[in-house]
Design a protein around this ligand. Structure first.
Ligand SMILES: NC(=O)c1ccc[n+]([C@@H]2O[C@H](COP(=O)([O-])OP(=O)(O)OC[C@H]3O[C@@H](n4cnc5c(N)ncnc54)[C@H](OP(=O)(O)O)[C@@H]3O)[C@@H](O)[C@H]2O)c1
Length: 337
């Protein structure tokens, strides 16, 4: 055993002082920046706090927030202590539980959401609080399951909590072919809404397949100039402003986006009560009730997880670069163990 590993209490806690060396592989960065700051290297595995589970990660989901974190765009939340291990959500098997853990046991197949404060999901092992650990749907792969907390719940919470979606709501989803958008189209159909999906032309067949009623190709048609009126405009990719979308909102319509811009927050928490048309920004908040809602609908076959590309952990830089193109069709996944 190397002197570094044997001196590390966390490593010894997991594998035992005398067991074979098994340092874990992780996606590490030592400063904020572009993909050049990323390295995939060995490091000691973490040890669970009393309220944590230790997950052996089988797959992790790549989101735009990962390269935003890498760039330092969320440094108010992620802080300035390095090294950091990237990644905010994953799926795998529990291999150890802290002594205060009540719901889960070793061997449970779960989804873990360390989130952007704690990070560390792009690694062979990660510690996650029990509160942010959720039962994996039985009928999907680890890769598919890993995508639910961020993209899946953003779609659900935007449409249901902020948009107040209901039967026959007229819903427009901009960026419908992306990670959030592909969940949003299916969730809106579960609520029996009438869905208009906006994406570029090649993604039309996917959106039709997901249940969209109307499809608009944004490269040839500007939905903000159309005659249709919508109860909800959900801009999943935050490409169109509230002022651009206001004209196509119904009298009490709601605009929801995924980027907490000051202009939208002003309406949401300030002057919005003075107006009929509302503007809101989502800040996803994974919780057990919503994860169970997703699990129920996935196991019932009402929601499919659309995977665009799968990369091995070693090729994280390619995965992040692909996410940065803004052209992913559904989700990007890392295969870990
Ligand atoms: N606030 C929160 O809590 C929260 C949570 C999750 C995500 N987000 C944010 O939400 C955004 C979307 O996330 P995501 O995972 O869905 O991203 P994504 O998967 O990378 O989105 C890719 C999709 O965006 C579409 N797109 C690109 N330009 C477009 C345009 N001008 N008009 C319409 N569609 C366009 C692309 O469709 P085409 O190929 O057809 O162009 C592509 O399918 C990101 O900024 C992310 O950081 C925020």
């Amino acid at each position: 055993m190397s002197p570094f590993v044997s001196a590390c209490p966390a490593y010894n806690f997991i594998f035992g002082e005398h067991s074979e060396v098994k340092a874990m592989k992780a996606v590490v960065f030592n400063k904020y920046g572009g993909n050049e700051v990323i390295e995939v290297r060995q490091m000691p595995a973490p040890a669970p706090n009393p309220g944590d589970v230790l997950i052996k990660v089988h797959a992790a989901s790549v989101n735009p927030v990962d390269w935003k974190v890498r760039q330092g765009m969320a440094r108010l939340l992620t802080g300035s202590r390095f090294p950091k291990v990237l990644g905010s959500e994953c799926a795998g098997e529990i291999v150890k539980t802290g002594k205060e853990v009540r719901i889960f046991r070793e061997g449970d197949m779960v989804i873990g959401f360390p989130g952007i404060r704690r990070l560390s999901a792009f690694a062979e092992y990660v510690c996650v609080s029990e509160d942010n650990t959720f039962t994996k749907p039985g009928n999907i792969s680890f890769g598919e399951a890993s995508t639910i907390p961020v993209a899946g719940l953003t779609a659900l919470q935007s449409l249901r909590n902020l948009g107040r979606i209901s039967r026959n709501s007229r819903v427009l989803i901009n960026g419908a072919s992306g990670g959030v958008g592909t969940f949003a189209v299916q969730i809106a159909k579960i609520f029996e809404a009438r869905v208009t999906a906006v994406a570029s032309g090649p993604n039309a067949p996917l959106l039709k397949d997901l249940g969209a009623d109307v499809i608009i190709d944004y490269t040839s048609e500007d939905f903000t100039k159309g005659d249709e009126r919508y109860d909800i405009v959900f801009d999943a990719v935050s490409k169109r402003s509230f002022s651009e979308c206001k004209g196509v909102l119904a009298p009490h319509g709601v605009y929801v986006n995924t980027l907490p811009l000051p202009s939208v927050l002003l309406y949401q928490y300030g002057i919005g009560f003075l107006m009929n048309k509302k503007a809101r920004s989502v800040m996803v908040s994974p919780n057990r009730a919503d994860m169970e809602w997703m699990r129920g609908n996935i196991e019932a076959g009402k929601i499919r997880v659309i995977i665009d590309r799968v990369y091995p952990l070693d090729r994280i830089v390619e995965a992040l670069a692909y996410s940065e193109t803004g052209k992913a069709r559904g989700k990007i996944v890392l295969e870990v163990l």
